[in-house]
Design a protein. Structure first.
Length: 648
């Protein structure tokens, strides 16, 4: 071992004063300093919260609106059924008139169709937009993905719904069937950017680029926290405002044509009312709630606010054409052809001549994780069926799950991370450093820094023409920062291990408690599952380190070097490829997440329907198996693979 490796890389006698000064600076930070430090990520989380509220708060209203459209369509096509149904229903209320199997099957199939179309369009949109990301910019794509949601929000305010939600004597500009078909088509158009999938993809990139190694996990956890907050308070707040200030599509139609009607009324002579006529279909009682579209109005206002806030707060990113114009070497820009991101799935040979399969394994783990997460939807459906719980009781389950996840993300996870940061073993180059010193380095280390496990991995190259002091400083800097990246990933992996243990234990308990048929025990098992809420965010943080290491190793392969590159240019190519780790990883993971959104509910529903009467615990055991496979596969993937050629 050489003398430079025996000597402490940081924390020696010559650097003690500097470290003391750094610690004093960090300890004497004022509120404004802390605010400026956290504001770049905080403003992104504000935009993320607005995006999630715009998307998730409308889902209960979407279910109700689709059911109302399906009901009006049914009675328009079968007017004789309205007469028979009104004789059975003494209240003659729209809710009672729509509570028939034909309407329920129609609305369920339409909702499933909208969800499938949204998932497929998300996959197609990501395939199309990812190559345009550097040319158009993340901010532009994010704003487009949010603005396109207005296609199914605004028309819902004007599309009329007929009987039994309005009197059969009221004139309608279009039929209920035509109105329903227009609404379905606009929902498909609104999902052409994959609903929130494209926006979430851009937001993850924004948060990752604004983060360092020290706060990358906090940023990704912040996105998960904003999502849970929107799911917990968004639908309830929208429903409360809709009840407080109800608006109907008839109201908006009258407002839309107010000027024309006012002009016509000035020229029209007053006429006496004719004798009352009663059709064969009984009228709707005046006390019925007619076409309440207030949630869509609130969602429209929220989308417009999101666009304004995102335009102000989101940073402007440098597009590819601007970068190419400012580049000094045009020949290098022409020869570097950007390959499709999905080619990275196929393992390629690294500098040691071996194929690196880690990106493919990372994507498989993400698919298993996302697929097993959809078991919670079957859990809610199972509660409603087995215990005969109505919509109000199901809403209590959703609130219970949301509160449990919020408790896990905001209270349990920070304490867990703080504890693991003290007990997880540090890599060799930073074992002599204190935790505060490591955190200070992590705040300065870029998020795309490759991981390092030993001090001998970065040896200076003699071809660089630098002095020995510069070589030593370069080696020390790379080694320390890379070791901090490895330590941060080890902490995140420990959080992931515990989170998946909670998920596996919770679904195993759910399978056991299903046999007893106790609702309280099943709710308890759901609380255990909720403790695994940080799993997705910390898994993404670890996956970014793995993907960055893979890209760095494949970029160093001699066959992938550009002709005429020097050693420094080659290192710049490695850094450029490693900086693409977040873009490539989130592109792949977002595409497979949207694919699982399409496949997962179909598979879970199939298993649920086939085993509901014979073995209802099958869904929970399926989730246990999928989580277990994901657990084993993920922890078999090394964070970092050392090169044997560099040290030869």
């Amino acid at each position: 071992m050489i003398d430079e490796e025996r000597r402490p890389l940081l924390g020696g006698e010559g650097q003690t004063d500097n470290q003391t000064d750094n610690n004093k600076v960090h300890s004497n930070q004022t509120f404004s300093d802390k605010f400026r430090e956290r504001w770049p990520i905080a403003k992104l989380l504000i935009v993320a919260l607005m995006m999630f509220i715009s998307s998730s708060a409308i889902f209960p209203a979407l279910i109700q609106l689709v059911r109302s459209f399906a009901c009006a369509e049914y009675y328009e096509q079968h007017p004789h059924s309205a007469i028979m149904q009104s004789l059975v229903s003494f209240k003659n209320d729209p809710v009672d008139l729509c509570d028939i199997d034909e309407v329920e099957r129609r609305s369920a199939s339409i909702l499933t169709f909208i969800q499938i179309i949204g998932s497929l369009m998300a996959t197609i949109s990501l395939f199309i937009l990812q190559p345009k990301l550097r040319k158009w910019g993340k901010k532009t794509i994010f704003l487009i993905s949010i603005a396109i949601l207005l296609f199914d929000r605004v028309p819902a305010l004007f599309l009329p719904i007929g009987y039994p939600f309005r009197s059969p004597d009221d004139p309608m500009p279009i039929s209920s069937t035509t109105s329903f078909r227009i609404f379905i088509g606009l929902c498909m158009l609104g999902n052409s950017m994959g609903s929130e999938f494209v926006g979430l993809f851009c937001m993850r990139l924004f948060v990752t680029e604004a983060s360092s190694t020290g706060n990358k996990t906090q940023g990704l956890l912040g996105i998960a926290q904003m999502n849970i907050i929107s799911i917990t308070i968004g639908p309830a707040l929208t429903a409360w405002l809709g009840t407080l200030i109800p608006f109907s599509s008839s109201t908006f139609l009258k407002l839309f044509t107010l000027f024309r009607h006012t002009h016509d009324d000035q020229e029209r002579q007053p006429t006496l009312p004719g004798p009352p006529t009663h059709g064969p279909i009984p009228p709707v009682p005046p006390a019925a709630k007619i076409e309440n579209v207030s949630p869509y109005l609130i969602s429209t206002i929220t989308i417009l606010l999101t666009l304004v806030i995102a335009y102000i707060l989101l940073p402007a990113d440098h597009r590819e054409d601007e970068i190419e114009e400012s580049a000094s070497d045009d020949h290098t820009n022409k020869t570097k052809v950007r390959e499709p991101f999905y080619w990275r799935l196929w393992p390629r040979k690294d500098i040691d001549g071996k194929r690196d399969w880690r990106i493919l394994k990372v994507v498989l783990v993400a698919m298993l994780h996302m697929g097993s997460a959809y078991t919670i939807n079957i859990y809610i459906t199972f509660f409603g069926h087995s215990f005969h719980w109505g919509p109000e009781s199901v809403s209590l389950i959703l609130s219970w799950l949301g509160i449990a996840r919020l408790f896990s993300l905001f209270i349990v996870t920070p304490f867990l991370i703080a504890y693991l940061e003290r007990v997880v073993q540090k890599p060799a180059p930073i074992q002599h450093l204190k935790l505060e010193e490591i955190k200070a380095i992590a705040k300065e280390a870029p998020v795309d820094e490759p991981p390092v496990e030993s001090a001998s991995e970065f040896r200076p190259r003699e071809t660089y023409g630098s002095t020995s002091e510069e070589e030593e400083d370069n080696t020390t800097s790379h080694t320390i920062r890379g070791a901090v990246v490895t330590w941060r990933a080890l902490v995140d992996r420990s959080v992931l291990k515990l989170s998946w243990c909670f998920d596996i234990s919770g679904w195993a308990l759910c399978a056991i408690f299903t046999v007893f048929g106790s609702a309280s025990l099943l709710l308890l098992s759901a609380a255990v599952v909720a403790l695994g809420a940080p799993a997705q965010a910390v898994r993404q943080a670890v996956d970014l380190v793995i993907v960055g290491d893979v890209l760095a190793r494949t970029a160093e392969h001699p066959h992938q070097r550009i002709e005429g590159e020097t050693g420094i240019e080659e290192d710049q190519q490695v850094a450029h490829s490693n900086a693409q780790a977040d873009e490539i990883y989130f592109s792949l993971s977002s595409i497979f997440e949207s694919t699982i959104t399409f496949i997962g509910p179909i598979f879970s529903t199939y298993v649920y329907n086939r085993t509901l009467t014979t073995f209802p615990a099958a869904n929970w055991l399926t989730a246990v198996v999928m989580y277990t496979i994901a657990f084993i596969l993920h922890f078999s993937i090394p964070l970092h693979v050392r090169s044997t050629i560099r040290n030869a």
